[in-house]
Write a protein that binds this ligand. Structure first.
Ligand SMILES: [Zn+2]
Length: 361
């Protein structure tokens, strides 16, 4: 780790950015609404809706300890410094330039962060959490405002404006040679097997069927031949899904699922894509994973992994199984219950497929 950080490139380590498509006017008030650095070393934030966060890390030098900071849109009224305790020297809220709020956490000299392990997790559309450090000595909570607080009104406007400016239709998707490719889309579960049951009773079978049908429509508009393994709520075992794809001579096979966590933990969210073997399957999985993450800001990247699922193990073409979020997770479930988000996910999957087909063919 330290060898890495001595490299100048890592001196200012850019950790992450969240994009979205709404711009706040530069003069607006700070989009940081509340923050708390908890006794367990977690930093929690509540922000305005449609917030861009940029986080940075700076290694300690002779003068200062490690520093971590986050920039928010909108301007702070009263720059201030708050005294720390334990490993924290101080916390500063500042205005580095017009239209920006900066929250700086400065550690005492003997504390070393592990910047490559820092991951921001979206808990909700306006709540964030990041594990910053493991307090060795006792650490007393520091913060301003309530990160838990919900503002009744904000939520509905937030949901409706959230990413709405993008148009998710096939015109924006990459083009491939028409009538050349055959794709089998496999909506997981069905009929008596509803798959995962999430918050509010939302069922995996319904979510993945709707997403699959939108993927089918988008790909068809691009001249790709698509077959769904099921078009409605029927009981379909795994072997027929595989033999269907094999018989059809599909170029690729994509099985679509949604997750549930053990114990239905609401804090577990995230997306993952599995392949069984081969660089083609891996490439397809990586492409789809990248695209679905783009439309799911704040939801953790659980990665591209090898998996031994029956449907991807026994199909003869490059095959992936994509998990589009946790129906038991607060952040993912709230999105997946809406058709607007299902459209975004379907668009992302279609984009991953088309990019793969245009590259590998
Ligand atoms: Zn499933």
């Amino acid at each position: 780790m330290s060898r890495f950080l001595n490299n100048k490139l890592f001196r200012y380590l850019f950790v992450f950015i969240f994009f979205n498509f709404t711009t706040l006017p530069a003069k607006s008030s700070s989009s940081l609404a509340a923050w708390t650095l908890k006794t367990n070393g977690n930093l929690e934030l509540r922000t305005k809706s449609n917030t861009n966060l940029k986080a940075y890390f700076q290694k300690a030098n002779k003068m200062y300890g490690d520093r971590f900071w986050i920039d928010f849109r909108g301007e702070l009224k009263n720059p201030r410094t708050i005294k720390g305790n334990g490993s924290i020297k101080e916390i500063r809220l500042g205005k580095p330039k017009i239209g920006t709020t900066r929250l700086v956490i400065e550690f005492k000299k003997e504390t070393y962060l592990q910047p490559l392990r820092l991951r921001m997790i979206g808990l909700d559309e306006n709540r964030w959490r990041i594990k910053l450090f493991n307090p060795k000595k006792s650490f007393k909570k520091i913060g301003e405002g309530s990160v838990e607080k919900k503002i009744g009104n904000v939520k509905s406007t937030q949901n409706s404006s959230y990413m709405k400016k993008r148009v998710y239709d096939s015109l924006q998707l990459p083009s491939v040679k028409r009538n050349k490719f055959l794709v089998v889309i496999d909506p997981g579960h069905g009929g008596p097997d509803p798959g995962a049951i999430g918050i509010g009773g939302v069922r995996e079978t319904d979510v993945v069927l709707e997403v699959s049908k939108i993927v089918e429509k988008l790909l068809s508009e691009k001249g790709v031949k698509v077959r769904l393994t099921r078009k409605n709520e029927v009981d379909l075992d795994l072997p027929p899904r595989v033999s269907f794809a094999n018989r059809f001579g599909a170029d690729i096979f994509v099985s679509i699922h949604a997750n549930a966590s053990r114990g239905k933990r609401r804090d577990i969210n995230g997306l993952e894509t599995f392949y069984y073997r081969g660089w083609r399957g891996r490439l397809l999985a990586k492409g789809i994973q990248k695209q679905i993450l783009r439309v799911s800001p704040g939801s953790p990247d659980r990665g591209v992994k090898q998996g031994r699922y029956f449907v991807i193990k026994n199909t003869r073409m490059p095959a992936v199984l994509v998990e589009i979020g946790f129906l038991t997770g607060r952040l993912d479930a709230r999105r997946l219950e809406k058709t607007s988000h299902r459209k975004r996910i379907a668009y992302a999957i279609a984009k991953g497929i088309l990019e793969y087909l245009s590259k590998v063919g």
